[in-house]
Design a protein around this ligand. Structure first.
Ligand code: B12
Ligand code: SF4
Length: 555
């Protein structure tokens, strides 16, 4: 159905009036693995192995096969108003085939154009060598693409990462004429008309109106077969941007239609996009809607020709509230998963744990625990991850340090939670807090590595110690000398001795020898080996959680 490689020759003589594109790092489908895309947040020089995936893939008519979902939406919205012949999406390597004298607008989407989002900031500064992140290198390559540079078209940049251009002060240098903030459904077409008529002279536009019921379905496949099932969230965490969007569940027939579009065009997987799949038709007080979630996944799983289901995000509290919800959808997901650990099939999703501290949760993300009271957060997390594991889910969890008002006690609470989770199957992603532009905490102070305490370093290294134990298996014994050598020659010089003790523990030196923060599992004063052995799964609901359901209304 499709070809990879290179096709030459213009798509239409004189170019297409509206050309849509994104950087090679964001348009790529990484051999159909969305989680591999996160590697682009690491330094470019260390991630050259990813370049082999960044070639265009084509549909039989010679147009580009994979495009980020948001850009496919923009395409559908513009095609509905201006017609198919006026709009096309292009891989950056192919811009010369699309841009010509007739091109009036080049629309670009980006999530992380300057490498300033959470993962990029954390790991680029932590690694400290290898240069800027792959995301920012590839974005600059796009901006410097000769077909774009030599064109007189108006360049509009949209998507979640536009704030980074303002923060880095590079709008003019990059030749970006308009920064488009917000959603496209209601306002984009009028703006585009004005630009094409030469009636828009500003360098930014903020769209505030929304009406999701008018969103047309995508017309062609998105990378990984991405299909949106919900937009927005409503739990209102202070650091978060998607919560600033109104919550909406896409009707099932529309979702199935988009899955079918992907399959019909040779993309046999679906990547279910949501802030939390259990938000689908969620009830008051964030009580999950089991019949709606069941129907959703049964309908997706029934699409003929679909071979794989990936999930973007899921929350913890809903599965603790109703474990049956997970039990019933998991067989569908496992049947369509190609992920394996030690020969066992598993499925995964990103799950936001953020911190082990109920006090910090109460301050900045109280509603994340709903329908439970946030004071039970560590129990909810332990129980929830146990339930996930029991149903064949090995989640990728994100946790943060450096939030405003975070105390040493809060960091210790996170370390304790990491210890409590260490025998479960999950992937820890420890991150530094970033004040994102649209979030409530947009004005908060950004933390950097120079100001991290030893405990905060420990938070990062302890998470990675567990990752190595869980995922690297026997290879972990080979990794330790690598980390130690890098530390001896580089990280000690870069981050100072505060990093030494946490790193020694990361590579497996006993805490009783190294000292510093001592994990819950092993207090050197009275630590005996049996005390370190934990029950493999916290699959029983502590009775206090059953009483902990909150009755307060939604925010
Ligand atoms: C799905 C997803 C992914 C998928 C991408 C799938 C794909 N290619 O289609 C994967 C897993 C690969 C991914 C990776 C990353 N992601 Co991501 N991702 C999302 C998620 C959950 C949904 C995005 C989506 O498709 N939404 C639905 C569509 C319809 O909305 P949209 O994209 O915003 O598009 C609308 C508007 O923005 C606008 N628009 C979009 N593009 C354009 C272009 C033009 C020209 C115009 C005019 C308008 C316009 O119109 C659209 C329709 O209204 C969002 C969270 C969220 N809800 O936004 C995070 C999110 C966008 N990701 C984010 C980040 C940072 C990343 C990473 C850099 C990793 C990280 N967390 O640090 C990597 C990038 C790696 C890479 N090289 O690709 C952040 C961005 C934060 C920020 N504000 O800076 C978000 C907001 C999550 C978060 N809160 O942290 N991501
Ligand atoms: S639960 Fe997740 S998506 Fe919802 S507001 Fe909090 S961080 Fe954002």
């Amino acid at each position: 159905m499709s070809v990879a490689g290179k096709i030459e020759g213009p798509i239409r003589p004189g170019g297409v009036p509206i050309v849509l594109t994104s950087s090679a790092a964001e348009i790529c489908d990484y051999n159909n693995d969305p989680f591999l895309a996160f590697s682009c947040t690491f330094p470019h020089k260390l991630t050259r192995y990813l370049d082999k995936y960044m070639v265009p893939h084509y549909l039989p008519d010679g147009t580009n096969k994979f495009v980020p979902y948001g850009l496919r939406k923009v395409e559908a919205i513009l095609v509905e108003r201006f017609g198919r012949d006026i709009v096309a999406t292009a891989h950056p390597d192919d811009l010369h085939r699309y841009i010509g004298p007739k091109t009036k607008i080049v629309g670009i989407t980006s999530m992380d154009p300057m490498g300033l989002a959470y993962v990029s900031t954390t790991y680029n500064s932590l690694i400290g060598f290898g240069g800027e992140s792959k995301n920012s290198v590839k974005f600059r390559e796009l901006i410097e693409n000769p077909a774009l540079k030599d064109s007189d078209a108006t360049v509009i940049l949209g998507g979640a990462g536009i704030w980074q251009i303002t923060e880095a002060g590079v709008q003019e240098e990059f030749g970006i004429d308009i920064l488009y903030e917000g959603e496209s459904e209601v306002e984009l077409c009028d703006l585009v008309q004005k630009v094409m008529d030469g009636n828009f002279g500003e360098n930014s536009y903020k769209a505030t109106k929304r009406d999701y019921s008018i969103t047309p379905p995508v017309l062609l496949p998105a990378s990984y077969g991405a299909v949106e099932i919900t937009r927005g969230c409503g739990r209102g965490c202070d650091f978060c941007t998607p919560t600033m969007r109104q919550r909406y569940s896409v009707p099932i027939d529309r979702i199935v239609e988009e899955v079918q579009t992907n399959v019909d065009n040779g993309c046999k997987s679906v990547f279910v996009i949501s802030e939390d799949v259990f938000l689908y038709e969620v009830e008051k007080n964030f009580v999950p809607n089991k019949p709606a979630v069941d129907k959703l996944f049964t309908s997706i799983g029934a699409v003929e020709g679909l071979e794989e289901i990936h999930l973007s995000h899921a929350a913890i509290a809903p599965v603790v509230y109703n474990p049956k919800i997970l039990e019933d959808i998991s067989p569908i997901l496992l049947e369509k998963s190609k992920r394996k650990l030690n020969g066992k099939t598993f499925t995964t999703a990103e799950v936001g744990v953020e911190t082990g501290s109920p006090a910090l949760m109460a301050k900045h993300m109280a509603n994340k625990a709903l329908p439970f009271d946030v004071k039970y957060w560590p129990d909810i997390v332990k129980t929830g991850i146990g339930i996930y594991n029991d149903n064949g889910w090995y989640p990728l969890i994100t946790m943060m340090t450096g939030m405003p008002d975070e105390t040493e006690d809060d960091v210790i609470a996170s370390l304790e939670l990491i210890d409590d989770l260490k025998d479960l199957k999950l992937f820890f992603t420890p991150l530094l807090f970033i004040p994102l532009n649209e979030a409530v905490l947009s004005e908060a102070k950004r933390i950097d590595l120079d100001h991290l305490t030893e405990l905060q370093f420990e938070f990062i290294t302890r998470s990675w110690h567990n990752n190595i134990r869980i995922w690297a298996g026997a290879k972990r014994f080979m990794l330790s000398p690598v980390f130690l050598t890098v530390h001896a020659f580089f990280t000690r010089w870069k981050h100072g001795p505060r990093f030494t003790r946490p790193l020694l523990k990361m590579v497996g030196m006993p805490e009783s020898m190294v000292g510093g923060y001592v994990g819950k599992g092993c207090n050197p004063e009275f630590c005996i080996p049996e005390r370190q052995v934990r029950h493999p799964s916290f699959n029983k609901l502590p009775s206090n959680l059953e009483e902990a359901v909150r009755t307060r209304g939604e925010r």
